[in-house]
Design a protein around this ligand. Structure first.
Ligand SMILES: Cc1ncc(COP(=O)(O)O)c(C=O)c1O
Length: 378
């Protein structure tokens, strides 16, 4: 396809990746992790090379205590899995049923979560997401229809928009979930990466009577390769997760869980959160300045932290054409349509763009955005 941005000199393909929300290498404390890994494999410690117990194993006891302390929960409520995404899949398997098959998500929401719900038999329904959280009137109207298995939310620095749900909306959603007897899943992998503004309470802290499952992860703050995620739920549900996990994968990797436990014990988790925030801050402020200069009217929310910004742009190009035009200029985009349930795509003439800013140097972000601006506005 001919370039739609002739003013821009051709670039080598795939040089600016707006497609992945991964921590940059400098945010992963590789040397300290290597030292911890050596310490947990030093004999006599063969247990890390054995299966974990197969009778409903919730996870490494030290690690569960550390996670429980972070959330003022009891260790019996904590289940550790191989990353939080797999735990979401286990939860979807347990909660989506024939009579309760509707999964309510923010629109847009995390693409992989949407795919999981569909695979587990859910009918995913999106509720429009504003700068401060979902449209609560639309949420209530949907709940009134019944059949809702769960509400899935990413309340802090949402993937893909960067939206943080306000306290007022948290309270209202929580009250609605209690009234309609629906479980809320709050997925919080970015929560510790706040750069401005006041921390909002977790849904699990609101005490509205709603059933809440909190998902957390070390992927964005320590290391995605460790594959450590956790769920905090009622103890009975945590045990159900453990039983299902044993049926599916027999045992998590005790080696990774031991390393993660040591990361907490040595204070590395908290230290690396500070390191990550320091690395994020200049990229975040530069990304916001660029977006406000070039796409102020399309920005869904100014993120208070996390990895992402989301734009809803008016475009005479279709998403496919826009992605191809950007690729020909060396800018790689994730298809924004993937963040919407299949039957609820953005209106014709609009395209959603997720812009991760953490994995890019800020000059790259600015160059990539300028290329997109020229393609879209030309
Ligand atoms: C909202 C959300 N949930 C879950 C995950 C996956 O996390 P994990 O690596 O713990 O599986 C991601 C990763 O991008 C995410 O953005």
């Amino acid at each position: 396809m001919a370039s739609l941005a002739p003013a821009i000199a051709p670039r080598s393909p795939a040089t600016i990746q707006f497609s992945r929300g991964v921590p940059p290498p400098e945010a992963i404390p590789a040397q300290e992790l290597a030292a911890i890994a050596r310490s947990v494999v030093t004999p006599p410690a063969p247990r890390v090379f054995q299966y974990a117990p197969s009778d409903g194993f919730l996870g490494d006891a030290v690690l569960r205590e550390a996670v429980a302390a972070r959330h003022a929960a009891d260790a019996s409520q904590v289940f550790i899995g191989n990353g939080s995404l797999q735990i979401l899949d286990l939860i979807a398997t347990l909660l989506i049923g024939a009579d309760r098959d509707v999964v309510i998500v923010e629109r847009p929401s995390y693409d992989r979560a949407i795919r999981i719900f569909g695979r587990r038999g859910g009918e995913t329904v999106g509720i429009p997401l504003h700068h401060d959280g979902v449209d609560v009137e639309a949420l209530e109207a949907q709940l009134r229809k019944g059949r809702t298995a769960l509400i899935y939310l990413i309340p802090d620095f949402q993937n893909p928009t960067g939206v943080t749900t306000s306290l007022a909306k948290r309270l209202r959603i929580s009250a609605l979930a209690a009234e309609y007897n629906v479980t809320v899943i709050e997925d919080t992998p970015y929560r510790q990466l706040r750069l401005t503004g006041a921390e909002q309470p977790l849904f699990s802290e609101l005490r509205s009577g709603a059933r809440v499952i909190t998902l957390g992860s070390l992927s964005k703050t320590v290391s995605p390769g460790l594959r450590i995620g956790y769920a905090i739920a009622e103890a009975r549900f945590a045990r159900q997760l453990a039983d299902l996990a044993t049926d599916i994968y027999l045992s998590p990797a005790p080696l990774c869980q031991s390393i993660a436990a040591e990361c907490f014990s040595r204070g590395l988790v908290e230290r690396n959160i500070d390191v990550t925030r320091d690395l994020l801050r200049p990229k975040w402020s530069a990304a916001i300045a660029c977006v406000q200069a070039q796409f102020a009217d399309s920005c869904i929310a100014v993120p208070e932290g996390g990895f992402f910004l989301g734009l809803m742009v008016r475009s005479r190009l279709t998403e496919r054409e826009l992605i191809a035009a950007a690729a020909s200029e060396g800018v790689v985009l994730t298809p924004g349509s993937a963040f919407f349930p299949r039957n609820e795509q953005p209106a014709a003439g609009t395209v959603f763009l997720r812009l991760p800013f953490h994995a890019l140097q800020h000059q790259e972000f600015e160059t990539g955005l300028t290329i997109l601006h020229q393609i879209i506005r030309s």
